[in-house]
Ligand binder design. Structure first.
Ligand SMILES: Cc1ncc(COP(=O)(O)O)c(C=O)c1O
Length: 592
């Protein structure tokens, strides 16, 4: 329940003293009333709470504290002695702020946050007493995080959900969810459970950040009926950090493209070692914008893979170009050796698809592109964080990523283009915003491919979790491969050693040498409440709408034609438990 200050101290009488005050023996000099008429906020007589403050039920504000106009303090909070809360600061529920802490403008504290005594938040990176403009840097401390005594938090960073900042630390960069940092400057020191127990000292985030006592009892076995639970192909898991981030956008009133989109672009470019990342409204928009940025249009041919989602083909058609198809290799990605035969004077671009998260043979494809002066636009919709020879996909050339709901990281709908070319990046920024340099100054015909700050806020929180997501998918894939090895006629997914798979899908091939066919295997899995999906049941251009399409050339791709009859994807997402994987493995083995 939210409480609102209705009267200034001078207008109150002792008759308005609230329950909490009388319990504590102090005298309440402010009156807070809810719509239902209750009172239960405690404000010590020496504290100052300016009018316009919104405070929650059960909150206590102790000696000499000062809460400024416009601040929002949730219910059940404790503001110790000499705590300063600046204008417009938002503090969540059950937050505990110890003595002598100043929470300046731009700081947001999520629910259940603990701020130790004398911790310091800065709010300008280069403060001066006089002259220079004061540039407010925002700081977010997410739900359940703790900041130790005397720690200093430099502005413009995020302290992730349940993270722990050691006493006296000077925190200069963002802290990941559940991460423990200490020292000056603060450095990684391990990972902590929500209860505060250290669960790991490793660099890599643990798959499960809970300590042994906070995990469901390992000895108690599966819950009754657990095996009847369906195992889905994908599961969207968004943390409280995503909720906090979206809430902050909603509260800011700035919903369109703004600071969160800029932050997403910065952090995505950094995470993929790319010079630029330009956020757009979908992976399809990313492909279209990338083609347009490279001035590919009518009369031009683009060679791509025939085993892909239809967005790859639709983007080529959308810009007016013609699609051609090269065959795939055993790893189901574009065969570099099949490209040369299709290249003519009309060919302008190659569009390899990093299918299921496995990067295509980019070094060999780049050689072909270089020899023939072609542009490469990578369809990396399924491959965030994948690498070739140690280098991130999208770190050179131009690549399109998707943030659709089932992707490895998501914000429902969204996309990004990465590029190492300043001019292409500038064109992408124009194209996505109606070609506008300034408002109503149109420099090229463009469109609306913009992403909103609400979506970007979710994507930023997801991106921080990408290393953990990739590690979990990789571990699940390894467990599936170990469990399914040796079955006759079942081809397991694998890529060359120098290509790091993002494991968007774990896709097996049920060949004619198997004792059952793909449909039978899928049926057995469905009977055991395990989802499986055929990505993709036909060649992308083998649909009536493309059969006589003037922008589609039906090149022969026999290996891809064979693959569409055999591929079957099994669940590999990070929310799978070891028990789930055991169920998948047993079911497939029994079916064989
Ligand atoms: C290979 C591939 N390319 C492009 C896209 C298009 O992305 P979006 O759905 O975000 O438009 C997808 C999405 O499913 C995809 O899998």
């Amino acid at each position: 329940m939210t409480w609102k200050l209705l009267a200034s101290p001078s207008q109150n009488s002792s008759a308005d003293a609230c329950d909490s005050c009388s319990i504590s023996g102090a005298t309440c000099i402010l009156r807070y009333v809810t719509a239902t008429g209750g009172t239960a906020l405690f404000v010590h007589p020496t504290a100052i709470v300016e009018s316009g403050v919104v405070a929650g039920n059960g909150t206590a504000i102790w000696h000499h504290s000062h809460v400024r106009n416009g601040a929002v303090v949730g219910s059940g909070c404790t503001l110790g002695k000499n705590v300063f809360v600046d204008e417009d600061v938002v503090i969540g529920e059950r937050v505990k702020i110890q003595n002598n802490v100043s929470v300046y403008r731009g700081v947001q504290l999520g629910d259940d946050v603990f701020i130790g005594p004398s911790a310091v938040f800065t709010n300008d990176l280069r403060p001066r007493a006089t002259g220079g403009a004061w540039r407010l840097g925002s700081t977010r401390v997410h739900r359940g995080a703790s900041v130790g005594a005397n720690a200093t938090i430099v502005c413009g960073i995020e302290i992730g959900e349940c993270a722990m900042v050691g006493a006296g630390a000077v925190v200069t960069t963002s802290v990941l969810p559940h991460q423990l940092v200490t020292g000056n400057p603060a450095r990684h020191h391990g990972w902590v459970c929500a209860c505060g127990e250290v669960v790991s000292r490793a660099e890599e985030a643990p798959a499960d950040p809970r300590c042994a006592s906070c995990r469901p009892d390992a000895d108690s076995g599966p819950e009754p009926g657990a095996h009847d639970q369906r195992i889905p192909m994908a599961k969207v898991v968004l943390g409280a950090d995503a909720e906090d981030a979206v809430l902050s956008v909603l509260r800011s009133g700035h919903l369109a493209s703004g600071a969160w989109v800029a932050e997403l672009e910065r952090s995505f470019a950094r995470a993929h070692e790319a010079a630029h990342a330009v956020a757009v409204s979908s992976g399809t928009a990313a492909l279209i914008a990338a083609l347009r940025a490279h001035r590919i249009g009518p009369g031009d041919e683009v060679i791509t893979a025939p085993l892909t989602f239809v967005a790859t083909l639709n983007s080529i058609i959308e810009v007016g170009a013609t699609a051609r198809f090269a065959d795939i290799t055993e790893d189901l990605t574009l065969d570099p050796a099949a490209l040369t035969a299709l290249i003519s004077a009309r060919t302008k671009a190659l569009m390899p698809v990093h299918l299921y998260g496995l990067p295509a043979a980019m070094r060999e494809i780049s050689d072909v592109a270089r020899q023939h002066g072609l542009v490469i636009i990578e369809d990396a919709a399924q491959a965030h964080g994948a690498r070739v020879a140690g280098e991130h996909v999208g770190s050179s050339g131009t690549a399109a990523f998707s943030l659709y709901a089932t992707k490895n990281i998501t914000c429902g709908e969204g996309g990004l283009v990465t590029t190492d070319d300043d001019e292409i990046a500038a064109r992408l920024r124009l194209l996505r915003n109606h070609g506008m340099r300034e408002r109503y100054d149109y420099s090229i015909p463009g469109s609306n491919y913009r992403l909103t700050d609400m979506q970007a806020a979710v994507a930023v929180t997801q991106l921080r979790k990408l290393p953990g997501i990739l590690a979990a998918r990789n571990r699940n894939a390894a467990l599936l491969s170990a469990g399914l090895a040796g079955l006759p006629g079942l081809v397991l997914p694998k890529g060359p050693a120098d290509r790091l798979h993002a494991w968007h899908q774990y896709t097996v091939q049920v060949t004619p040498d198997a004792p059952i066919d793909r449909a039978q295997l899928s049926k057995c899995l469905a009977a055991a409440s395990i989802d499986s999906t055929v990505y993709y049941p036909r060649l992308v251009h083998d649909y009536p709408c493309f059969h006589d399409h003037p922008q589609v050339v039906h090149d022969a791709t026999p290996r891809a034609l064979c693959a569409v009859r055999e591929v079957l994807s099994l669940p590999v997402h990070p929310a799978l438990t070891a028990d789930d994987i055991g169920r998948i493995v047993s079911c497939v083995r029994e079916a064989f």
